[in-house]
Write a protein that binds this ligand. Sequence first.
Ligand SMILES: [Fe+2]
Length: 176
Amino acid sequence: MKLTEKETMLLQDLKKQEQVCIDKYGQYAGTAGDASLKRLFKEIGSVERNHLNTINNILEGKAISAGSKSKSTKSQSANANQTQTQSAKQTAKQTKMEQNAKSSTTVKAKSKTWENDKFLCNDLLATEKYVSSCYNTSVFECAQPALRNALNHIQKEEQEHGKLLYDYMNTNGMYN
Ligand SMILES: [Fe+2]
């Protein structure tokens, strides 16, 4: 796919944003106190890595696969994305069940660990919101349908990440 100067510029910016996401999820998985939150961060982080690969492939002029509806057989990367998103959803569900079990017996004290986990979630939620808006702007600025579809698909996944983070926060009394 041949990109216009503007499309290349937008994709370069999205590439930077994806790297920020990968770095944040990676580092935050290391510092989160709750084991299930660590798992959630790792799961989402691996989807962000797929996003970066997709953007890199587009910048290298390779054919777009993710988000493409034109073929019945989905590409490996689209499948991988989907599987990982489902896996992240599964993790969030599991987390919710674990937390529900916990909260029935103990009221989770607002410990330092809880405060830190809340901080990490809030930061990532803000990041997802920002990145999602970057994709939205890019979709409007890009002319080629295949490129628009690919970016739209990634944006949808960023929104899903936001929902997973929100669900965790809500379950753990972090969201007012
Ligand atoms: Fe992403």
